[in-house]
Design a protein around this ligand. Sequence first.
Ligand SMILES: Nc1ncnc2c1ncn2[C@@H]1O[C@H](COP(=O)(O)OP(=O)(O)OP(=O)(O)O)[C@@H](O)[C@H]1O
Ligand SMILES: [Mg+2]
Length: 319
Amino acid sequence: MRIAFVGKGGSGKSALSALFVTYLSNKYPEKNVYAVDADLNIHLPRYLGFKLKSENFTYLSDSRSMQDIRNYLINKNTRIKHVDHFRKTTPPAIGSNIVDLTDKNNYIFKNYALNRKNIFLSVVGTYSKGKIGQSCYHDHLSIFENILSHSLDRNSYLVADMVAGIDAFSGSLYAQFDVLIVVVEPSRASFEVFDQYLDLAKEADIQDLIRVVGNKARSDDDVKYILKLISKKYLLGVFSYSKHVENVDRGIENLDLNKLEKNDFDVLANIDAYINKIVVDENSRLKRLYDVHRKYVSQDYVLKRYGDLISQIDNNFKF
Ligand SMILES: Nc1ncnc2c1ncn2[C@@H]1O[C@H](COP(=O)(O)OP(=O)(O)OP(=O)(O)O)[C@@H](O)[C@H]1O
Ligand SMILES: [Mg+2]
């Protein structure tokens, strides 16, 4: 099961991702919860109480990690002629290594994640010195797209704290989740971002994947404002402005769900109840990925640079 938190900058994607990861980890101790920070401003580890510096840890998007992960995923897939031809939309095929997120010792967890209890954390990574201005964040996200397209997550959870703005709709990302939760604050700008997402989602025919959580409501008026602007069919709840979340952000307290107001705990439970009803269907995700791949490979610059990559689609492959 894959859940992405998306939304306007500062709306609370990282805070809610961390809260929901903690919720899942507590409620389902026997399942793995894979938390992925996919934002160039890295905040998820801090909310979850992981220290990146003190441990031997590499970002997924470091160039050496990218090469290594891609080579691992390619394995015996002869449809990828060279690791440079492993593009963001390249699907798995017969011979590919598939990452099993139910396995605590899978290649990604072992080499690219920090671990505490049943929580595994990876960080896509930010710009390295000297590279600022040379690459865009899409390049970084492509390795995450590759991991998503080559992993199996039945009986486990993957929660992604996504980059702000509409980058979540670049490449194949949006096609690879089971639900995209848009976090909205009671502000006009936040709703504008939601409307933008909804338009993009309709265009990509994935509007069924969109849900909304309100955040940082300080009063009944804030709640009413959110209820007025978001249709009931999308809304999974409204989280309040929480003193505990503020204290976690300031490093005064560790995240502890017992310190939440009942209403806020119930919002997390409601998200869980919602996703529990979703039936994970890897093969329809795969079909969506094929569609995005077909579009990607038909672009002139891709054709010129890599030749025709349509043969990377292996119709005999099934998860
Ligand atoms: N429910 C809440 N109650 C109190 N403070 C909150 C709440 N949600 C988020 N915040 C605070 O608002 C700020 C932004 O939250 P957060 O970092 O989670 O947002 P974000 O959407 O991930 O931002 P960015 O786009 O920068 O990654 C932080 O200081 C965070 O602690
Ligand atoms: Mg964030």
